[in-house]
Structures are given as C-alpha cells and as structure tokens.
Write a protein that binds this ligand. Structure first.
Ligand SMILES: Cc1cc2nc3c(=O)[nH]c(=O)nc-3n(C[C@H](O)[C@H](O)[C@H](O)COP(=O)(O)OP(=O)(O)OC[C@H]3O[C@@H](n4cnc5c(N)ncnc54)[C@H](O)[C@@H]3O)c2cc1C
Ligand SMILES: *[C@@H]1O[C@H](CO)[C@@H](O)[C@H](O)[C@H]1NC(C)=O
Length: 586
C-alpha cells in the first residue's frame, strides 16, 4: 500500500523505532481515509443531483403538452419535508443571507443553511476524530505530543488539496455536482480554518515536547538554527494570517486588498511549507494542491486568450444609465452561447488593471455584420469570421472598480466610452427552470439582470412548446421609475415576443416613488405598484392558480432573499415549490 512505502522512505532506512513507524504509517492512512471520505461525500451528492436532474427532465417532458400538470403541483411528503427542514432551511429561524452588520461598512458574514451546517459538522468532527484517534495520551507528554504533532501536521497538509481545489472559479465540481461557487467557497473557508487550527496544534505540540525536553531557551534556539523548524513556523503563521485577513469584514469592504494579500500570503505559506516538507512524504499532498492551483490558473489564462486575444480583440462599450448603473456591451470575436443564469468575469485593464469582476450576462445576441460585397460568394470561413457576438451586462455602481468605470463613462461627451476588455467565461448557469409549470422570479434592483435571460428563454420556450412553463411572473422591486431604463431595450424585445401575453406577467414595485402619478400600469400584464411586494400574498395567489411544480428564483438583497425563502418554506407542505437563490456576493 502506498502509505506504507511512503512512511518507510521517510525513515530513510529507519532507526528501528517501531512505535514511531507505526504512527507514521497510521497518520498517512488517516489522511487518505479523510480524502476518501470527502470524495465519497461528493460522490453521494453527485448521485443526488443526478436524481433531481432526471426527475426534472421527466417533469419537463410530461409538462410539454399538458396544460394542467396536476400531478406535479404537490410534492411527495418526504421530499417536501426534506426541502422545508433541511435543504432550504437556514440554521435558525429565517436568517440566511441577510448579513450581520456592525455598521453599514462592517459585514460580519451570513449564516449557513442546515444542510451546509450538517456537512460542516461532519467535516469538523472527522478532522477532530482523526487528529486524536490512537494518540497515546496515557503515555506521558513526551510521547503523545510527538504523535499529535505529526498527526496534525499531516492532516493539515492533506486538507490543502480540497482547500485549494474549492477556491478556484474553474473548480470541476461546480458543473459536476451542480453546486455553485459560493457553496464551495463556504467549504473552502471552513477547510482553511481547520487547516489553521491543525497547524497551530502542530506548532504547539512541537513546542510542548521541546520545552519538556530542553526548556524554553531551546525553542528560541531551534528557530534560529533549524531551517526545518523555521520554515514550519513561517508556514503556520502564514495559514493563520490567511484566515485572519480573510475575514468577511475585510473581504467585503476591501475586496481587491483582500485578494492581493490573500495570494501573497498563500504564496509565502506554500513556499515555506514546501521547504518544511522537503524530505517528508507529506510533500505529495502539497504538490497535488499546487498542481490543482496551477491548472486552475492555466485554464483561466487559456479561456481569456481564446475569447479575447486569439483573433480579434474584445471591446466593451460602457454606457452610463440613470440611477447609478451602466450597460456594458461586449463585442466578442467569437460566437458564445450563453445559458440563462450564467455569469462572466470582466477585466478592463485601463480601469482595473489585472483585476476581474463577476457579472451576470443579461443579454446576448449574434451580431451579423455581413458585408456582402457584390459578386463575392462567401465561404463558410468568411461567414464565420463575419459573425460576431455581443453580450450585454447591467452593472450597478459600487465603490471600487465599478465606480471608476461609471465616472469615466459619465464624463465622456455622449455618456459612453469604448475600451479594450477581456471577457472570461461562461461560468455558473447551474439552474434550469424548464420543468416548472409555474415560475416566479423575484428581483431586487440590479438583480433583474440575472432573471432577464430566464424570462426570454421561457417565453421563447413557451411559444416553441419546449418548456413546461405556463405561468411566468416577474416581481421586480426598484427604488424609482427611472431604473426601468436599465433593461428597457431588452424588456421591449421580450414584451413583443410571440404569445408573450399568454405566459408572462410583470409586476413592478417602486419602493420610493416621488409621487403617485409616476405609478401607472401600462397594461394588464405589466403592472406597477408603489411600495414593496408582499411576498406571502403574491405566492398565495400563484399557488391558487398553480400549474405543475413551482420554481421560485430570487436575486436581490440578502433580506429579500430571506423573506422569499421563509415564504416558500411555509408553503412547501402543500405546494411543490423549489427555491433557487442567486446572490451577487460571497
Ligand atoms: C456571480 C455574481 C454575479 C454578479 N452579477 C452582477 C451583475 O450582473 N451586475 C452587478 O452590478 N453586479 C453583479 N455582481 C456583483 C459585482 O461583482 C460587484 O458589485 C462588483 O465586483 C463590485 O466591484 P467594485 O470594485 O466596485 O466593488 P466594491 O465597492 O469594492 O465592493 C462591493 C462588493 O462587491 C464585492 N466584490 C468586489 N470585487 C469583487 C470581485 N472581483 N469578485 C467578487 N466580489 C467582489 C465586495 O466583496 C463587496 O461586497 C455579481 C457578483 C457575483 C458574485
Ligand atoms: C514524526 O515525524 C518525523 C518526520 O517524519 C519522524 O522522523 C518521527 O519518527 C515521527 N515521530 C512519531 C512519534 O511519529
């Protein structure tokens, strides 16, 4: 077995200490069991996702020619219970994505769902158990401290593999298991805390046995003299610093600072650790983690090169809109099929240097610039190169990159600028609403950008008979009517689509109207109201007329998402409701 061989190598012939040898083998085995257990959990989740997908597929097929879909309007009671109490449930009561804030600027993070907590509890207890199992605590400090030291060090290093894998935007588990980046990111952060604690336990058990043997002065001396110990210390301090400087407050207030510091500290910790592990079998874990990191970076680079540089360069037209938003239209050199719900990362070097920011793709359109010169027959190649793609984003002005960009666009003569950009993607797009007879979309402010492609897709799908949807309701809350301008061109196109009136209803809520004259409903299917929506009432209305299963999607502030979550959970016992939440932060 691999661990046996590795442990023997580490001993380099061995000094005949059979106890140490036993523990050396054991800790490597434990590390392997741990990684296997994680892989097993992911595999289980994969099977669960496949089951849900198959279920949704059959529901969609059944819904195609069926206008009542009565069978799907209620859920199996076990499923309903599971969704209501585990999958969709926040840890306590109703709070999930509304941030805990000390002030407007200081964000203390959010609370996980019960399902996330459950997985997390498994992860933590597994680590605690593997750290202490078979450690000979009864045999005195000197013996057990060494075993504990080696064990915690080994497990910390092994944990780096999933830790690094889950950090990347190109994490293969995202499409495979169908869990979004922010869920994996949640586990990335917790694995990091576990690693930091294990590194601390590792350091302190080394100190304990050293002090026990030779006193405190020996500890300081060894830091000076032994490269092995010094590099270990640097790595441990690095991992702890990574956790401390990765706090939610810093991440949200100064994202770029956080990111650069994060990469720098990670490099320091990894380099120090690679020196520390130079002659130890645990180096394989670090190497695997570093390879995962390198591959992710390479994929990003390759996507960027393919989309933006090989061929024609990508340009972005940035147009300032009323209400602190911009429409960004990207002209891409290649056709790019975007599924509803996908996002991309935007780089604008002249504004944000090498940094990239995630934005949902609101609209995409092939732009056929066929310069049909007379007498020239176009070859397929010509046609391909003439066919371009435009992709549009709706971006809300915040305080960093988006603020600088907005100011630039606003200052220019016609309120728009054209700049060189890089578009990296597509990412995400894990959710599919094609199997729901009834669809409700809740959006707050700029969150509408995530829903627009779904609306377009469902209305088109309804006309073509390709989706189960019979009722699609959009509930959009904005502060003032001028925000309607944000999506006007796209909404106009959607409202003119074939058979739209039969399927789509739009409800606009203006939370801060200046006067009531502003609030006018253009038609029976597009209505405007003052104030905020009452989620409970709106959901009850839909349930009364529910066709098939209901898919509820929300993209807005954390508070809004929590309201919708609670309202859905309260109704899952008697209506088949799936909740899908998209948030613009992590
Ligand atoms: C999947 C996804 C889709 C999004 N889609 C849209 C969209 O369609 N329209 C829109 O207006 N906004 C969208 N956002 C939010 C958008 O990415 C941020 O508002 C933007 O990056 C803020 O940039 P800034 O430098 O001005 O931010 P700041 O004012 O410095 O920070 C504002 C917030 O944005 C977060 N943030 C800043 N930079 C990044 C980054 N590079 N990556 C992740 N988060 C960051 C910060 O943590 C903070 O919470 C989306 C976010 C995500 C995660
Ligand atoms: C701890 O690890 C070191 C380095 O691999 C090894 O030399 C030593 O024998 C181990 N000790 C115990 C008690 O496992």
């Amino acid at each position: 077995m691999a661990p046996v061989v590795l442990a023997e190598e580490a001993h380099g012939g061995g000094q005949g200490n059979s106890d140490a040898e036993f523990f050396n083998i054991l800790q490597m085995q434990y590390a392997h069991y741990m990684l296997l257990a994680m892989a097993g959990a992911v595999a289980l989740f994969f099977v669960w996702t496949m089951f849900l997908k198959l279920n949704a597929h059959m529901r969609r097929l059944h819904g195609l020619g069926n206008d009542t879909q009565r069978f799907f309007a209620r859920d199996n009671y076990r499923m309903a219970w599971l969704k209501r109490n585990i999958v969709d449930a926040p840890l306590f009561r109703s709070r999930h994505n509304r941030e805990f804030q000390l002030s407007r600027a200081i964000n203390m993070g959010t609370l996980p769902t019960r399902f996330q907590t459950f997985c997390l509890a498994g992860l933590i207890s597994m680590n605690v158990a593997l750290c202490v199992l078979h450690v000979p605590f009864s045999e005195g400090l000197d013996t057990f401290a060494k075993v504990l030291r080696n064990r915690t060090g080994t497990l910390a290093t092994a944990n780096l593999i999933p830790l690094v894998m889950l950090a990347g935007r190109n994490n293969p588990l995202i499409p495979l298991v169908g869990l979004s980046f922010d869920t994996w990111n949640f586990f990335h952060r917790w694995l990091a805390r576990i690693v930091a604690l294990e590194a601390l336990a590792h350091t302190f058990s080394w100190i304990a046995s050293k002090v026990n043997q030779a006193g405190w002065s020996a500890v300081a001396e060894t830091f000076h003299e032994s490269e092995f110990i010094l590099t270990g210390l640097v790595a441990a301090v690095g991992f702890v610093a990574l956790v401390l400087f990765g706090s939610s407050a810093l991440r949200h207030a100064f994202y770029e600072t956080f990111l650069h510091l994060h990469i720098f500290l990670a490099l320091v910790a990894f380099i120090a650790l690679s020196q520390h592990l130079k002659e130890l079998p645990q180096l394989v874990y670090l190497t695997a983690a570093l390879i995962a990191w390198g591959v992710e970076r390479f994929i990003r680079f390759a996507i960027n090169a393919y989309r933006n540089i090989l061929g024609k360069k990508t340009t972005a037209v940035v147009q300032a809109l009323p209400g602190d938003a911009m429409r960004i239209t990207l002209r891409l050199a290649r056709p790019w099929t975007v599924r509803p719900g996908q996002h991309m990362y935007l780089y604008i070097p002249s504004v944000g240097f090498w940094t990239s920011h995630p934005f949902s793709v609101a609209w995409s359109e092939p732009e056929r610039v066929l310069t049909e010169e007379k007498g020239l027959v176009m070859t397929r190649q010509d046609w391909m190169s003439a066919q371009k793609e435009t992709i549009s984003l709706l971006v809300r002005r915040r305080t960093g990159f988006t603020d600088t960009l907005y100011k630039k666009a606003e200052k220019s003569a016609d309120g728009q600028i054209s700049v060189f950009a890089l578009a990296e993607g597509p990412y995400g797009g894990l959710h599919n609403l094609d199997s729901y007879g009834t669809v409700m979309l809740f959006a707050g402010g700029v969150g509408i950008t995530h829903h627009v492609p779904f609306i377009r897709h469902l209305v088109q799908g309804y006309a073509d008979g390709l989706v189960a949807a019979r009722r699609v309701t959009l509930v959009w809350t904005i502060q003032s009517p001028e925000h309607l301008e944000w999506i006007r061109p796209w909404m106009t196109t959607i409202l003119q689509m074939d058979r739209r009136r039969d399927v789509l209803r739009v409800m606009l809520f203006i939370s801060r109207p200046r006067n009531t004259k502003e609030i006018q409903s253009p038609s029976a299917t597009v209505q405007m109201f003052p104030g905020r929506p009452n989620v409970n009432t709106l959901l009850d209305l839909e349930i009364e007329n529910q066709i098939g299963a209901m898919g509820v999607m929300v993209c807005g502030s954390g508070g809004m998402a929590d309201d919708v979550r609670l309202a859905c959970r309260q109704r899952q016992a008697y209506s088949n409701i799936d909740l899908i939440e998209e948030s613009f932060t992590w």
